[in-house]
Design a protein around this ligand. Sequence first.
Ligand code: TMP
Length: 207
Amino acid sequence: MFITLEGPEGSGKTSHIPYLVEYLREKGYTVFPTREPGGTSIGEQIREVIHDLKNAEMHPRAETLLYQAARAQIVEEVIRPRLKAGEIVLSDRYADSTIAYQGYGHQQDIAQIRTLITYATGGLVPGLTALLDLDVEVGLGRKRKADEWNRLDAYTVEFHQRVRAGYLEMVKQEPGRWAVIDAGKAWDDVQNNLRKVVLESLTVSEA
Ligand code: TMP
């Protein structure tokens, strides 16, 4: 099964994934964690270009296409082969990030972006997407403190508010695929909720 984690900046996805993976492995599942952009040698090189604070002149369309290039590579090199082998692939971000950030955030045409995503992924859609939802100012504050500031974090607060609203809109459009988790709660509560929704969905997919 293909599972993705999404959320606005500072929502804590990256800190939760290792514990979720450990929990699922203890339950006997074979889990392969990965992240976007990145997860392959080519993807990690693209990630550096996209996130480099020096590349301030990057046009939103160039940004959109770079994400799709990294995604096409990871889908073919990592995700599809692992899924074929029966593993659970757990990705820290995937195509919904492009709709949220480049579509809603940069206010580019979402229908065109969806076409690009279908091209990049060959139509691979996750079975479950967990949204770690968080107030934008709280999330950006966490990232500043952690000293993990990148070029996208430096976009305006309004940009990040559109990203969050975009995620919530996507949940409304496709409620069967999404699970919303309140990432403003204590870390342990967030982790327990995440474990619950992932386990439930694995159980359903096995039935
Ligand atoms: P993160 O891994 O620290 O969350 O950084 C990834 C950044 O890239 C984050 O700001 C969201 C952004 N992003 C997009 O804008 N579009 C995408 O398609 C993906 C995968 C990430």
